[in-house]
Ligand binder design. Structure first.
Ligand code: NAP
Length: 259
């Protein structure tokens, strides 16, 4: 299926590995020109080298921290008029809320709520003026159902979803949509790290905890990043002009609600 976005310009944040890289791959396969950002130069360059093999699209790498004004300035200087924006940053550390003070909460809100809000603030009106925009925020299943030990994520990401629910209605008349893509457990560094954390909490080996998860998950497995990337590319497609403000859950059926 041709998604109708060949030649568009996209910014993909947190794109040197994991889910961000999977979104970048899916978009570049559609002929989208990319500006990708991550903090560590080596892995970012390796990702760009691999993305370059996939199509003739232009790929620009920006080494920077998307949770800072400087990082956001740098990526928007490299791509001032994006048609597509994928917001993504690392998740906050797990732990016990009794140990978290203002710094831990402000860091989590900055990474997983404010950074996306600021990127949307700086790109939304331009997209509307140009008559096309697709914004996808990579958040978490935590928005639907809290994850044990991840209170910082549960709180900050729910705040982002709440804000997006309002702003997503503002420019849909101008063909700009904003949606949240909620990963359950995926086979990335973060996904395996969370399983290892939970295993330690439960006092079992990582392998044993993984097996427990497979038994309890309707899909019987973790998600593959390529599955996430494909959904992201569809949300960014030309035909997806009528879905906005939604929280799209990709979790193999783990969340067991009717709505
Ligand atoms: N994978 C899962 O199972 C899962 C489940 C629920 C939620 N999530 C959330 O989904 C998001 C992506 O997860 P993932 O599994 O892809 O994580 P990952 O494998 O750890 O990859 C994170 C990517 O983001 C980059 N990054 C992190 N912080 C950044 C920053 N401040 N500025 C720029 N780039 C940054 C990393 O590169 P550098 O470190 O070099 O910057 C890396 O490229 C995270 O917020 C995670 O918490 C994931």
């Amino acid at each position: 299926m041709d998604l109708g976005i060949s030649g568009k310009q996209a910014i993909v944040c947190g794109a040197s590995q994991g889910l961000g890289l999977a979104c970048a791959r899916a978009l570049v396969q559609e002929g989208v020109n990319l500006t990708v950002i991550a903090r560590t130069p080596g892995p970012l360059q390796e990702a760009v080298d691999r993305l370059n093999l996939l199509s003739g699209a232009t790929i620009t790498a920006v080494v920077g921290d998307i949770t800072t004004d400087e990082g956001r300035d740098a990526v928007l200087e490299a791509c001032p008029e994006p048609d597509i924006l994928i917001n993504n940053a690392g998740g906050p550390p797990p732990g016990d809320f009794r140990d978290w003070r203002q710094k831990e909460w402000f860091d989590a809100v900055n990474s997983n709520m404010y950074s996306a809000i600021d990127m949307i603030r700086r790109t939304l009106d331009g997209m509307a003026e140009r008559g096309f925009g697709r914004i996808v925020n990579i958040t978490s299943t935590a928005v639907k159902s809290p994850m044990p030990g991840l209170g910082l994520s549960n709180g900050a990401r729910a705040g982002l979803s709440g804000w997006v629910a309002g702003v997503a209605r503002e420019k849909v008349r101008d063909n700009v949509t904003i949606n949240n893509l909620l990963p359950g457990l995926f086979t990335t560094a973060r996904g395996h790290g969370y399983l290892a954390y939970r295993a330690a909490q439960e006092g079992v080996s990582a392998e044993a905890y993984e097996q427990q998860f497979y038994v309890s998950s309707p899909a019987g497995r973790m998600g593959e990043p390529a599955e996430f990337g494909a959904t992201c590319a569809f949300l960014c497609s030309a035909m997806n002009g009528y879905m906005t403000g939604q929280n799209i859950l990709l979790d193999g059926g783990v969340y067991s609600g009717t709505y």
